[in-house]
Ligand binder design. Structure first.
Ligand SMILES: [Ca+2]
Ligand SMILES: [Ca+2]
Ligand SMILES: [Ca+2]
Ligand SMILES: [Ca+2]
Length: 224
């Protein structure tokens, strides 16, 4: 007689190259001889094909074949319908729901909204003044999308004492006493780096300048 069966199976993969094969572990109802399965058909979808592989017991097992590169940031899960048909006469068919979860790969760098920023400070700006609250974005998942801020290697020690950059919040504050008569402008390369196993980074140039105070009245006493 003709009957149908159904089962569920799942697989997961990172962002993988086309041609990658994902064997499906299919658990059949024990009442149905799995060794009789001869062909598979997969519901129409954008990324996967199906291929039957011969097995020692004379049946066939199924492998998903990736046709196009996956992108977790575009689509993180797929639900497909698989139809299996046996070699009997009349043929019996069964359906399976196949769930594919796309695991994250660290394929996005953090990004700053702007490539450079300028901050102007008054000469009387107190210690602890907030200059900027940087916010870089990284669409990856988990550590691949977690951002740590820091100064670039070119930033001189003097500037590192004058400014503090909080590694987690990206808040840039004024820390040191400023000798703005000596230097009125600082250029700081600020980095945002993710916590991926192979970290990716982006840089933003921050320019800090001190606004000039209005000229003092002439005639004020001046010590030699
Ligand atoms: Ca991606
Ligand atoms: Ca990332
Ligand atoms: Ca990703
Ligand atoms: Ca921030």
């Amino acid at each position: 007689g003709w009957c149908t069966w159904s089962w569920r199976c799942g697989t997961s993969t990172t962002t993988a190259a086309p041609g990658t094969r994902l064997p499906l572990e299919i658990a059949l109802d024990p009442d149905v001889g799995s060794n009789s399965i001869q062909s598979f058909q997969l519901s129409r979808n954008s990324h996967f094909g199906i291929e039957a592989q011969p097995r020692a017991d004379g049946g066939k097992s199924a492998e998903l074949v990736l046709l196009h590169e996956l992108d977790r940031e575009t689509q993180a899960a797929y639900t497909l319908e698989l139809v299996a048909q046996d070699g009997g006469s009349p043929a019996r068919a069964g359906t399976a729901t196949v769930s594919v979860r796309v695991l994250d790969a660290n394929d996005n760098s953090p990004a700053f909204p702007q490539g450079s920023l300028t901050v102007e400070l008054g000469e009387d700006a107190p210690r602890g003044s907030l200059l900027l609250d940087l916010d870089a974005a990284d669409p990856d998942e988990g550590p691949n999308g977690e951002i740590v801020y820091g100064f670039g290697s070119q930033v001189p020690a003097e500037a590192r004492q004058l400014f503090r950059l909080d590694p987690l919040s990206g808040r840039l504050t004024l820390e040191g006493p400023v000798d703005y008569e000596r230097q009125r402008t600082y250029e700081l390369d600020v980095q945002a780096q993710d916590r991926g196993a192979s970290p990716l980074a982006a840089t933003c140039k921050v320019i800090v300048t001190w606004a000039r105070r209005p000229a003092r009245p002439s005639g004020s006493a001046r010590c030699a």
